[in-house]
Design a protein around this ligand. Structure first.
Ligand code: NAP
Length: 258
């Protein structure tokens, strides 16, 4: 049997890490000893998460204000992360916006904002950290997609397109980067109790009950339940998994196929 080197200890960039799923991923990776670069829009919030993670888990962490829709900020963020933590060995792209707008409400500005943050940032961060990832073993990337990529939703065509793009682009990059031993996977959460979901539901509480009716496990998910799937895919426990989508939805997609 192959011996398993449980987790590479290389630093990981986590985008959108000041809140929700991104924050849970940063905490989960730090818990197993991985230094973390906490990227988010707000420097204060990113710094506070980095400080908390470093203190609780005794790892190096840095919080940085990086708007991932800005390619120059991505380049600067990678340089600052590398300077603080050393060569980067992985990425979790959790930054995202929902961009709620039906076809009639959709504007080119909303389309570009959603696609630039949710999708375009992913390949350009990977490109910026590629020399680091090539130089270390066990490098891996997880893009946070969504069950929306499969189910679609009339309220956010741009979001659905961006998440479908995460799935298909990750398979293409997995093909290109496999020769370097770099794995690229996607995690598709269902309805997870985070600020993004709960703020969207404030005006329409009845939608929450409709969501729950579709979830086999009968409840919303917790960010930590997504983060444990992400941590698995980032680890050498998942050494033979690439170009895959791991759905973490309490059985939502399955129930809608019945
Ligand atoms: P969240 O709590 O709103 O966290 C998203 C974080 O990303 C926020 O801190 C947000 O900052 C940040 N962000 C937004 N735009 C950014 C930008 N341009 N550059 C850098 N950071 C930016 O949302 P979440 O629910 O944890 O979502 C995390 C990921 O999971 C997203 O990709 C989302 O699409 C996906 N997802 C969520 C669910 C769910 O049910 N929650 C389901 C499926 C997929 P601000 O708060 O300052 O805007």
């Amino acid at each position: 049997m192959r011996s398993i080197n449980y987790l590479p200890a290389t630093p990981v960039i986590v985008t959108g890490a000041a809140s929700g799923i991104g924050r849970a991923c940063a905490e989960s990776l730090a818990q197993v000893g991985r230094p973390v670069a906490v990227w988010d829009l707000d420097a204060g919030k990113a710094g506070a998460v980095a400080d908390a993670v470093a203190q609780e888990h005794s790892v190096k962490a840095i919080g940085l204000a990086v708007d991932v829709s800005d390619l120059d900020q991505i380049s600067a963020g990678v340089i600052a992360s590398r300077e603080a933590l050393g060569p980067i060995g992985g990425l979790v792209h959790g930054a995202g916006i929902s961009g709620v707008a039906t076809l009639e409400q959709l504007t080119p500005e909303t389309w570009s904002a959603v696609l630039d943050i949710n999708l375009r940032a992913l390949p350009f961060i990977i490109k910026a950290i590629l020399p680091d990832m090539k130089s270390q073993s066990g490098s891996a990337v997880v893009g946070i997609a969504s069950i929306n990529a499969t189910l679609g939703n009339m309220m956010n065509p741009a979001y659905s397109a961006s998440k479908g793009g995460v799935l298909s682009m990750s398979r293409a990059l997995a093909d290109e980067l496999a020769m370097h031993g770099i794995r690229i996977n996607s995690v598709s959460p269902g309805q997870i109790e985070t600020p993004m979901l709960m703020q969207g539901l404030e005006a329409v509480p009845e939608v929450l009950e409709a969501f729950k009716r579709h979830i086999l496990l009968g409840r919303l998910g917790d960010s930590a339940e997504v983060a444990s799937a992400v941590r698995f895919l980032m680890s050498s426990e998942a050494s033979y998994i690439t170009a895959a989508e791991l759905v973490v939805d309490g059985g939502n997609i399955s129930s809608q196929r019945q």
